[in-house]
Design a binder for this molecule. Structure first.
Ligand SMILES: *[C@@H]1O[C@H](CO)[C@@H](O)[C@H](O)[C@H]1NC(C)=O
Length: 167
């Protein structure tokens, strides 16, 4: 004769085992999904390009950001954090990374988008190195799952160049 407490305990243990198994399968099936996001970024306009009184270059851009990140979404995806950065090297720093824009995508339906926007965060160099500077745009994403580990990756969009002179 099993007491009620014994049976409740057994049931709870069984439920937790099943739950753990489902979580493991969820994050496993996430790992099997090999996403193939695409993105294009265009500089529509250089709105301003100046050396500030501090001596640091600042550039203001209007960007056209288009991306299809729908393949990042599985049934285990809670949301995706995405940000666009300018990456370039200068004599002082081998890698400068300046975040220009970011967003949170809660739904797969919103993961295919196209937006025309000014840089949300200021594009300022640590110095006066931006004239004629070649740089890459990188689109980074952090996928936050409902269960399991967060993962991050990026796309590199090379071939950008800033104007030769201030304006
Ligand atoms: C820009 O991207 C190209 C091609 O992926 C790479 O070779 C280069 O090192 C990158 N430049 C910077 C500054 O990250």
């Amino acid at each position: 004769m099993h007491s009620f407490g014994y049976r409740a305990n057994a049931l709870l243990t069984f439920s937790l085992t099943i739950l753990a198994l489902i979580c493991a399968m969820a994050s496993l099936s996430d790992n099997l999904n090999s996403p193939s996001p695409t993105a294009t970024v265009q500089i529509l306009n250089v709105n301003r390009f100046q050396k500030k009184s501090s001596g640091d270059d600042e550039v203001g851009l209007t960007l056209d950001i288009s991306a299809d990140l729908q393949s990042l979404f599985t049934w285990n995806t809670k949301q995706v954090f995405v940000f666009l950065a300018a990456e370039y090297s200068t004599p002082r720093n081998s890698l400068n990374q300046v975040s220009l824009w970011d967003g949170i995508i809660p739904l797969k339906e919103d993961a295919k988008f196209s937006t025309k926007t000014k840089n949300k965060y200021r594009f300022i160099d640590q110095g006066s190195n931006l004239r004629g500077r070649d740089f890459n745009m990188t689109l980074h994403w952090h996928v936050m799952p409902k269960t399991g580990k967060m993962f991050a990756d990026k796309l590199v969009l090379p071939g950008f160049r800033l104007p030769e002179s201030y304006r």
